[in-house]
Design a binder for this molecule. Structure first.
Ligand SMILES: Cc1ncc(COP(=O)(O)O)c(C=O)c1O
Length: 434
């Protein structure tokens, strides 16, 4: 029996979500639309299989096909990111970070990471996370929020004083490129490993438009697979080093990072891998190896730069005055005396989805911050180009300057919907209804 027949109420909710995705403009920078092949891969019988362990080293029988799909996912990931080892099992980015930290650290050790209000992610030691109770987090920041340049002298000074075992780079709300060589050099100087959380920009690195931390001396990268990389929801850990036997605990040496990471994932923080998701990761990585994906990644950045330019032209104050990647952070208070939450809600009313966000050293609290964050991965997958970015900038300006005029906003929402449905979602062409 089909889902439509067996679960009509749930099915209606699925249809609602399909319509929502089709008729709105998705500007949340961590979201994207996967291909039909990736969707299909997730809904396969690999979900029925337990595969604790690693290819050819499992705790259950019946791994003839799971071993092959996981190995293909690993090989493709290594090729995409030019590294020595890939663990494709993490259930999410948060779990990938947890496993990565625990692979190298003892309880109470220090991690030097980016200040959370300057772009660092919640999983990089927010006080409310378990990680913050296990490790000591110290911070570095931007030197100048007008340019986005990191204060590398401060980073080095803190590293020398605090002797971290991990120097962590990576962000979810920082629009500029990092100087990886400089960070890796500082990490070496204090005998720490250099780890980059590439969750947001993995697709842009894979597509060759942003620098690859492994080309500049980094030891490890953690990532999600569902943002710019356009795969299924999940995580992954990539390392340099020599793969050993994951059934044996190796010494904590840089060259053993592959095995340390494998053991930190399983049995460290996870049980059996979600094999239908591993299958979908293999499919997504195969797509990311194609020349069309590099073209997609280039267009994501072109669109973001164009949108940034046109927002700034209309009075939106962008943190760092632009972007090098796929995302922008806007100080709505200094632009329009409007809090991020209100901006998010007004834009939602016309069909533009984005999120409120803290700005660097935000005087307002995180649940009611000064800024909004937006980006171009999803609209680029839909086929939007530079001229469409100009239209989006215009809609945003008109909406925030008519925030109290509900009739105007309702009219605008019809205009957005009509424009938007001209751009197909990948699933629209499949004939399938998921
Ligand atoms: C930089 C970064 N790391 C980790 C994560 C956590 O990923 P997940 O939501 O898959 O746990 C995110 C998600 O937003 C992120 O942006």
């Amino acid at each position: 029996m089909s889902l439509r027949t067996s679960e009509p109420d749930l099915y209606r909710l699925l249809e609602g979500e399909i319509t929502r995705q089709r008729e709105g403009i998705e500007l949340i920078p961590s979201e994207n639309y996967v291909s039909v092949a990736v969707l299909e891969a997730m809904g396969t019988v690999f979900t029925n299989k337990y595969s604790e362990g690693f290819p050819r080293k499992r705790y259950y029988g019946g791994q003839e096909f799971t071993d092959q799909i996981e190995q293909i996912a690993i090989d493709r990931a290594k090729k995409l990111f030019r590294c020595d080892h890939a663990n494709v099992q993490p259930y999410s980015g948060a779990i990938a970070n947890m496993a990565a930290f625990s692979s190298w650290l003892e309880l109470g050790d220090t991690i030097l990471g980016m200040d959370l209000s300057h772009g660092g992610h919640l999983t990089h030691g927010h006080p409310l996370t378990l990680m913050a109770t296990m490790y000591r987090f110290v911070r570095y920041k931007m030197k100048d929020t007008e340019t986005g340049e990191i204060d590398y002298d401060q980073l080095r000074a803190v590293a020398k004083k605090e002797r971290p075992k991990i120097v962590l780079a990576g962000f979810s709300a920082y629009p500029r490129e990092l100087n990886y060589a400089r960070i890796a050099e500082i990490a070496k100087e204090v005998d720490a490993i250099a780890v980059m959380d590439i969750a947001h920009i993995a697709g842009l690195i894979a597509g060759g438009v942003l620098e690859n931390p492994f080309d500049h001396g980094f030891d490890m990268c953690t990532t999600t697979t569902h943002k710019t990389l356009r795969g299924p929801r999940g995580g992954m850990i990539l390392t340099r080093g020599i793969a050993g036997n994951p059934l044996k605990q190796p010494e904590k040496k840089r060259e053993n990072l592959p095995t340390l990471v494998d053991r930190a994932v399983f049995p460290g923080v996870q049980g059996g891998p979600i094999m239908n998701i591993v299958f979908a990761k293999a499919v997504a990585f195969g797509e990311a190896l194609q020349p069309e994906f590099a073209e997609y990644a280039r267009q994501v950045v072109k669109n973001a730069k164009h949108l940034a330019k046109h927002l700034m032209k209309r009075g939106f104050k962008l943190i760092t005055n632009g972007t090098d990647n796929h995302l922008m952070l806007v100080d709505m208070m200094s632009s329009f005396q409007m809090k991020g939450k209100q901006a998010e809600s007004v834009l939602d009313q016309i069909g533009l989805t984005l999120n409120k966000n803290v700005i660097p050293d935000d005087p307002l609290p995180p649940y009611d911050p000064s800024g909004i964050r937006l980006g171009t991965p999803a609209v680029t997958t839909r086929g939007m180009k530079e001229q469409d970015m100009e239209t989006i900038a215009d809609w945003m300006y008109r909406a925030v300057t008519h925030a109290n005029d509900s009739t105007y906003l309702t009219k605008m929402s019809a205009e957005v919907r009509e424009y938007c449905i001209r751009f197909k979602l990948p699933s629209d062409s499949s004939g399938s209804d998921v």
